[in-house]
Design a protein around this ligand. Structure first.
Ligand code: HEM
Length: 421
């Protein structure tokens, strides 16, 4: 084996990705948001400080560069976040093209109206209620069961539900929905994680994107020739106003599904399990009365959304929550902070599955509101139901190191060590 091969064998894309997302670093950003939000619902950031320019030492060239940089605002309040996300004309999503365009292609995430509306009309045909019902029976239930079988076969009354269930199952679900051969799953998962790690390993991200494109290309060709009932075939035949999706449009969508669908769902189901395991009375209440499940799922998403921030760019001079925002400004839209806004929730930092329900913003809002939110909720519901049915008397392992939810952009627990039976 060559040096490169052995170095590559030691490389763990999952570790690298977690490091880049601040997992294990930022433990709890919510007190910081709460300290800023009430008096500064929209904060104009110090762009020079963000760019790492030291006020005392930067020279004229750097100063000019910093001055040319567009203003950056972080939106902390619920009202502000809601306003920005509701108005896709004033707050464009096109900025994502710079960050992700190269690896993903031209995705729905970076489209503005009217292009976005048309494309969304096409892809959402593949996410019909009927398709979801079939996915629950044919894919999600069996996949969760396979992971639980492996845990139960050990017969030792303990597990770490994160590496053994919540991390691997959503990507396995996407692979199954796409109709990919089972044996390809480990490689597919690896490319998926490498692709998202592009922010800190450009070459690796691009290579993974290329490999995924070639791999999916050969499967799409087969589906175009002989359509089946899977997601890829549905995308291939979707039609709106006489238009069909091109191969490149389908690849861009499929590449996006990995970070959009797998990384978020793994984190949201882990965060909810963490909330329940660290609040045993609520865990018992939910186990005893499964009709509380929808409320528990929404509270998990409100309390610890897997993705804290998303981005927008102002297309005209405007204002957000009373703060003037010039054209061209970049907005960091903090959905995590919005979900903890004391204006709308009492004791917002408390996890409380029976709190009065109201619209949280974990799935965003407006034109780009998550296309997969019903699927994500269903995956979490099925996983929790199966866990409760098959791992009786589930509780946090008292002998294991206490886990914490960490991360700044993406948030998830470090582990979910449990005992059962
Ligand atoms: C709990 C899990 C999930 C969360 C918290 C979540 C969150 C989000 C958010 C915040 C956005 C808006 C991004 C933006 O506009 O900048 C989004 C968009 C999107 N999500 Fe999800 N997502 C989840 C699961 C899924 C799943 C399971 C799928 C599909 C398999 C999916 C597919 C998408 C797609 C395609 C978009 C783009 C929609 C558009 O631009 O019109 N998501 N999601």
């Amino acid at each position: 084996m060559t040096t490169t091969q052995s170095a590559d064998a030691a490389y763990d894309p999952f570790d690298d990705f977690n490091r880049s997302a601040g997992i294990g670093i930022v433990e709890n950003p919510y007190p910081l948001f709460a300290a800023v939000r009430p008096h500064t619902p929209v904060l104009k950031e110090d762009v020079r400080a963000m760019a790492g320019l030291d006020a005392d030492v930067f020279g004229p060239t750097q100063e000019a560069a910093a001055d040319e940089h567009p203003d950056v605002f972080t939106v902390f309040s619920y009202d502000g976040v809601h306003r920005v996300l509701s108005d896709g004309n004033t707050f464009s999503s096109a900025g994502y093209a710079e960050v992700m365009g190269e690896v993903m292609g031209h995705t729905i995430l970076e489209m503005d109206e009217p292009e976005h509306h048309h494309y969304r009309g096409l892809v959402q045909q593949a996410f019909s209620r009927k398709a979801m019902e079939r996915w629950e029976l044919d894919a999600i239930g069996p996949i969760v069961d396979e992971h639980l079988d492996t845990i139960l076969e050990r017969n030792d009354g303990r597990a770490d539900l994160l590496p053994e269930l919540t991390f691997p199952f959503p990507v396995a679900v996407i692979a199954r929905l796409l109709g990919l051969p089972r044996a390809d799953l480990p490689q597919f998962h690896r490319w998926a994680v490498e692709l998202i790690s592009v922010g800190f390993d450009w070459e690796r991200g691009l290579n993974a994107s290329r490999s995924l494109g070639e791999y999916l290309g050969s499967i799409l060709e087969q589906r175009r020739a002989a359509p089946d009932d899977d997601l890829m075939s549905r995308l291939a035949v979707a039609e709106l106003d006489g238009h069909r999706l091109t191969d490149d449009e389908i690849f861009a969508f499929l590449r996006l599904l990995l970070p959009a669908g797998a990384e978020t769902t793994y984190r949201s189901s882990s965060n909810l399990l963490y909330g329940l395991l660290t609040h045993p009375a609520q865990l018992d209440a939910l186990r005893a009365d499964r009709s509380l499940m929808p409320r528990a799922i929404e509270e998990g998403l409100r309390w610890e959304p897997p993705l804290l921030t998303i981005l927008r760019t102002a297309t005209r001079d405007t204002e957000v929550d009373g703060v003037p925002v010039p054209v061209g400004s970049m907005l960091i839209v903090n959905m995590g902070s919005a979900n903890h806004d004391e204006k709308y929730w009492d004791h917002p930092d408390d996890f409380d599955i029976v709190r009065k329900p109201r619209q949280h913003l974990a799935f965003a809002f407006g034109p780009h509101m998550c296309l997969g939110m019903h699927l994500a909720r269903m995956e979490t519901r099925v996983a929790l139901d199966r866990i409760f049915d098959r791992l009786p008397d589930l509780r946090l392992d008292p002998d294991a190191e206490a886990p914490h939810i960490t991360g700044m952009t993406f948030r998830a627990p470090t582990a979910l060590p449990v005992r059962y039976g």
